[in-house]
Ligand binder design. Structure first.
Ligand code: UD2
Length: 360
């Protein structure tokens, strides 16, 4: 009888051990993303290829990412002098006290000592649909030289031509995933759909994969350091074409029938649609709101003046960015470099719209 009881107990113990092993193994597979990725919302972004260079990162809460400089180090930085502002020629803080990032306003070493202590993973979304695939090589090659050097960066490339994605050597800690998307007939539609696709991608994978997410245009090149000083809760860039003009001439959507409407006497800065980012949760909120607004406009048969850029601007009017990037971080190569721009970090490629746009 006792023998039977012991063997029953031993059998039960084995079952428990087996269950623990299976649960651990399954959760390991999930963390390594060995299961097929599923999408919601009927977009079906298809996982195509993932080049990993370095290990995955555990997801961190937003608060963990805050200023956690290592106090045990003997390193000291130059003392910031309260009565000696680093820049006097430009605005360096918004009326709601968010920093505006310019060369000379930050110490890169201090910033890296804060952020390198935390095991951060930054996602970067890039759309290269139709003829825009030609810009991807230059984008990636220059990003590998200047974009968040020394940090874990995961590029998410959305394209209709996965096999044309160029092979670019990635530094350790960097990864690239290609996602197949539909090509729409109008370039405006391709641009408009980005909010919806980014929203679904965040919901499906990115909340688990990255801490920060930056959404960038592809017809751009990096020329200079674009580093961890861009990291923030909700980040937008001032459009290079409108930082010297009165807000009444900002190209906001001015028809009150659109959800992107901004009255003539409102507005802070005109933000570029080519860059927005921040904590992945905040980018999700932004893309959810802009996607909902875009759907409402579609139902009312109205398309905002600058598509998703108009909706982004309307959103940021009511959800102020916590960090604003100066035009150094998003410049336009058709313009002369003005004296206040000490450096051009990321800039548009001069392109022939008639050649690259589907319906120009
Ligand atoms: C402005 C904005 C852009 C967007 C657009 C309005 C800046 C500097 N640029 O740029 O962000 O708001 O106005 O919709 O603020 N794309 C493709 N294939 C296409 C067309 C577009 O992949 O056929 C993607 C690609 O990533 C491109 C982006 O959409 O970089 C924006 O399109 P664009 O660069 O043609 O728009 P552009 O230059 O007028």
């Amino acid at each position: 009888m006792l023998c039977c009881f012991v063997s029953f107990r031993a059998g039960k113990a084995w079952l428990v051990l087996l269950a623990i092993f299976l649960i651990t193994f399954m959760s390991y597979l999930m963390r390594c993303q060995w299961f097929p990725r599923l999408s919601t919302g009927g977009l079906k972004p298809r996982y195509m290829r993932c080049i990993e260079n370095g290990s995955a990162v555990a997801h961190q809460d937003e608060d963990d990412v805050m200023f956690s400089a290592d106090a045990s180090e003997s390193w000291t930085s130059k003392q910031p002098r309260v009565l000696e502002p680093r820049r006097r020629d430009v605005m360096t803080v918004t009326p709601w006290l968010a920093p505006i990032v310019w060369e000379g306003t930050f110490n890169q070493e201090v910033i890296d000592r804060i952020y390198r202590n935390v095991n951060l993973k930054v996602g970067v979304t890039v759309f290269a649909v139709g003829k825009y695939i030609r810009f991807l090589h230059g984008f990636l090659e220059t990003a590998e030289k200047h974009l968040l050097q020394g940090y874990q960066v995961h590029y998410y490339i959305f394209t209709d031509k996965p096999s044309n994605v160029p092979q670019v050597e990635l530094a350790p800690g960097r990864a690239l995933t290609v996602v197949q998307v539909t090509k729409y007939a109008r370039w405006q539609e391709i641009s408009l759909r980005r909010m919806e696709i980014i929203k679904h991608t965040i919901q499906d994978w990115l909340l688990q994969e990255v801490n920060f997410l930056y959404c960038l245009d592809v017809d751009m090149l990096f020329h200079h350091h674009w580093g961890a000083e861009v990291l923030g809760s909700l980040v937008a860039a001032i459009h290079p074409g409108y930082y010297k003009v009165h807000r009444s001439v900002f190209p906001y959507e001015r028809r009150s029938t659109s959800t992107a409407y901004v009255p003539i006497d409102q507005g802070d800065f005109y933000y570029a649609g080519a860059m927005f980012g921040g904590y992945v949760k905040n980018v999700l909120r932004l893309t959810e709101a802009c996607h909902a607004a875009l759907l409402t406009d579609r139902l009312n048969a109205i398309e905002a003046a600058w598509q998703e850029e108009s909706h982004l601007n309307r959103y940021l009017l009511h959800h102020k960015p916590t960090k604003v990037l100066s035009p150094e971080y998003l410049w336009d190569d058709t313009k002369q470099q003005p004296p206040e721009l000490k450096v051009i970090r990321f800039s548009t490629v001069i392109k022939n719209n008639a050649k690259v746009r589907e319906n120009a």
